[in-house]
Structures are given as structure tokens and as C-alpha cells.
Ligand binder design. Structure first.
Ligand code: NDP
Ligand code: MG
Length: 380
């Protein structure tokens, strides 16, 4: 029986992780979890999975839950999130919170020797060098949950990193893949939230529409697979059937395929290096799919992808600014405060204004993150 701690249990990845646990009750149990403000769902999870520790964002919600569930340890805030991340009896931490708020808990869990199943890509973007160094120091495995990275990880089983020629990340293109930049002037939040292939949390759905999601994933791949940016490519593949590919030195290409279902990569991270059946997943029928399509990504049209490559190559505090400015700008767009195209503009301005620092420590990362958010807020 593997005991898990799950951060972000009320979110899209969190709920799908719970579904995987539900389907394999004899293999996995939920020892601890965190939620944000969705208390109704938090109650349901406690009743269904009987965890020992729960953390929520706000104190008042924690007080309510304490009265209802006296046998469960209920915590709140940043400290609670940290306690859930390092919960003693949990062997694996599934980090499925959204945003750089996931960085500290990840670092703490690594220090506590937990295996990390990482969905929270912002952690690797904002401080990949710190996370990877800590994982190496503590000999802890970082298992990808993001579908592209899980695909690459699966393609690399039994292979040597030195034999990789390049990684090819596939991108669905998001909600606006068939529109020109001019068409994007007046798009609404509702339209942006309407992803053709995947049902995900609001932030990542907007990131998919701007293609920042793919940019963040390029940086995530750089850290997870120890490759320079020149060896990481992106192509548009609208069906999301090929989840990503690895090309080797001998010209051989290995791809991982399947119907788009995040429970598959989530479960693989939990069962690795083994696999388990996942009866609820729809099997891939290539005869039904018939055709797969591929196109180059226009980096003028999807400016955020170009910005992410630049930020990744620059390194130091630059990816931290890219990520934090994007988080603030996407939140402002979701709040109706800025237009869709202003997301790109604000991230670009935050990057222009920033004086990069190399090899930043945790404190510098946190300070930079805060400054970038404040800068975006000052533009609103
Ligand atoms: P959601 O927005 O659906 O869920 C986010 C979770 O984090 C919720 O449980 C939320 O709580 C919690 N949360 C939000 N803010 C805070 C905070 N300040 N402190 C503590 N908890 C917080 O996001 P997703 O599940 O879509 O994404 C999670 C991560 O996984 C992201 O990094 C995303 O990029 C990545 N990812 C997601 C995929 C997907 O298919 N959804 C695919 C690949 C990667 P509450 O709702 O209770 O307020
Ligand atoms: Mg992805």
C-alpha cells in the first residue's frame, strides 16, 4: 500500500488523482491533502478517503472543519500546506497546486525524502535549478505528471540521455489555435476557457490559449531531462493523441500515444516503474482517429512561446519573472481587468524591466516573484 499526500486535491489534477486512488483502493491511500477554498469538496474528500491530515487556505474554513471532523488534524495557510507536503507517513507527494505557491512545499518534501509526482510545472519554471539540485542531493525521484513530460519519460525508459537528439513536445494549440492575432483582440474569458481537447483548471486553460503553457513546458522539460533548449522543439498536433516524442541520435523516433486523459500520466507517476490497469480510460483506436495532423508553431502569432524560450535560455531570475508576471496577468484576465492580448504585453513588459540575476537562491526567487507580480498589478 502506497500512502500519498496530495496538494491541490480540489483542483482538476487533484480530482483525477483521487479518481485513480478510488480505482485502486488496495494499492493507494490518501494520508494527507491540501485544498484551497473549496470547502464543500474538501468535506467530500475527507468522508470518502479518511485522511489523517488536511490543510485548507483560510483559518475560518479550518475552524469549521475542525468542529466537523475532530479525529482529523486540520491546518491552514502556508504552514498547513507545508505540513501536508512533508506528512510523515506519506511516501509520495503529488503536487497539483497551481502556481509558484507550490515551490516551497516541493523543496521541503524533497528534503524529507519523499518521491515527488509533479504536476505543478510553475515550481520547475520558477526555480528549476534549486529543485533539481535538491532532488539530486537527497536522491529523490521527480516523476512527471504533465502529459508531455510523462510521454517523454515513458519513451526514455531503458534509454540513455546521452543518446537523445531532441525532444518534440506536441501542442494542441488551445482554444484559439485557428485564429489570427487580429482575431484575438476581443475574445472573451468564456471563449478562452473553452479548450477543444482537455478539461483543465482555469489558469492552465488560458496558458494553453496563449501558448504560455507550452513555453512553461519547454522550461519544465529542460530541467527534467537535462537538455539544452536547442534540443527541445514544439509542434502543433491538434488531436492530442501523440503526447510527445523523443528523437535519438540514430534518427529513431519513439512517441507515446493515447486518448487525452490525465489519469493515465497521473497513474503512471504513482505506479512507476510498474503499471496498473485503468479500466475507466478510453482505449486508443487509431482506425477511428483515422488521421493525425502536424503543423509548425508560428512564434509571431504565439509570442509567449518565443518569450519562454528566451527566458529559459537567459536563466537565472528571468524564468521566475516570466512565470510570476504570467500568473498575475492571467488572474487579471480571468477577473475581467485586461484583454486577452494584454496578457502577452504585460509579461513582455515585466521581462523588459527586470534586471536579471544569475544563480538565485530561494530568497531571491521569492523576492523576484513578488516584484514581478507587483509590477503587473501596477500596470492594471
Ligand atoms: P486547478 O485550478 O483546477 O486546481 C488548483 C488547486 O490548487 C485547487 O485544489 C486549489 O484549491 C488549489 N490552490 C489554488 N491556489 C492555492 C493557494 N494559493 N494555496 C493553496 N492551494 C491553492 O488547477 P489544475 O488542476 O488544472 O492544475 C494544477 C497544476 O497542474 C498546475 O500547475 C497545472 O499547470 C498542472 N497541470 C494541469 C493539467 C490539467 O489537466 N489540469 C495538465 C498538466 C499540468 P481550491 O480550488 O480549493 O481553491
Ligand atoms: Mg501538458
Amino acid at each position: 500500500m502506497k500512502k500519498l499526500s496530495l496538494l491541490g486535491a480540489t483542483g482538476s489534477i487533484g480530482q483525477q488523482t483521487l479518481d485513480v486512488i478510488q480505482q485502486h483502493r488496495e494499492e493507494f491511500s490518501l494520508a494527507a491533502f491540501s485544498a484551497g477554498r473549496n470547502i464543500e469538496e474538501t468535506r467530500k474528500i475527507i468522508l470518502n478517503f479518511q485522511p489523517e491530515l488536511v490543510s485548507v487556505e483560510r483559518r475560518e474554513d479550518a475552524e469549521k472543519l475542525k468542529a466537523e471532523f475532530p479525529a482529523v488534524t486540520i491546518l491552514y495557510g502556508e504552514e498547513g500546506l507545508m505540513e501536508a507536503a512533508v506528512f510523515q507517513s506519506a511516501e509520495i507527494l503529488v503536487n497539483a497546486v497551481v502556481g509558484s505557491v507550490g515551490l516551497n512545499p516541493t523543496l521541503q518534501a524533497i528534503e524529507a525524502g519523499k518521491t515527488i509526482a509533479i504536476a505543478n510545472k510553475e515550481t520547475l519554471v520558477t526555480a528549476g535549478h534549486l529543485v533539481m539540485a535538491a532532488a539530486q542531493r537527497h536522491n529523490v525521484a521527480l516523476l512527471p505528471v504533465d502529459s508531455e513530460h510523462s510521454a517523454i519519460f515513458q519513451c526514455l525508459q531503458g534509454e540513455k540521455e546521452k543518446n537523445i537528439e531532441r525532444l518534440v513536445l506536441t501542442a494542441s494549440g488551445g482554444s484559439f489555435r485557428d485564429r489570427t492575432r487580429e482575431d484575438l483582440q476581443h475574445v472573451t474569458v468564456q471563449e478562452a476557457l473553452n479548450h477543444p481537447n482537455w478539461s483543465m483548471g482555469a489558469k492552465i486553460t488560458i496558458d494553453s490559449a496563449t501558448m504560455m503553457n507550452k513555453g512553461l513546458e519547454v522550461i519544465e522539460a529542460h530541467w527534467l531531462f537535462h537538455l539544452p533548449y536547442e534540443q527541445i522543439d514544439v509542434i502543433l498536433h491538434r488531436e492530442s493523441i501523440i503526447h510527445s516524442m523523443v528523437e535519438f541520435q540514430d534518427s529513431s523516433v519513439i512517441a507515446q500515444l493515447g486518448t487525452p486523459d490525465m489519469r493515465v500520466p497521473i497513474q503512471y507517476a504513482l505506479t512507476y516503474p510498474d503499471r496498473l490497469p485503468l479500466p475507466a480510460a478510453q482505449r486508443l483506436n487509431l482506425l477511428e482517429v483515422g488521421q493525425l495532423h502536424f503543423q509548425p508553431v508560428d512564434r509571431e502569432r504565439f509570442r509567449m512561446l518565443a518569450l519562454a524560450y528566451q527566458a529559459g535560455k537567459a536563466g537565472g531570475t528571468v524564468p521566475t519573472v516570466l512565470n510570476a508576471a504570467n500568473e498575475a496577468a492571467v488572474a487579471a484576465f480571468l477577473d475581467g481587468k485586461i484583454t486577452f492580448l494584454q496578457i502577452d504585453e504585460m509579461v513582455e513588459r515585466a521581462l523588459e524591466k527586470h534586471q536579471p540575476l544569475s544563480n538565485p537562491d530561494l530568497e531571491t526567487i521569492q523576492q523576484t516573484d513578488k516584484e514581478a507580480r507587483n509590477f503587473v498589478h501596477s500596470l492594471l
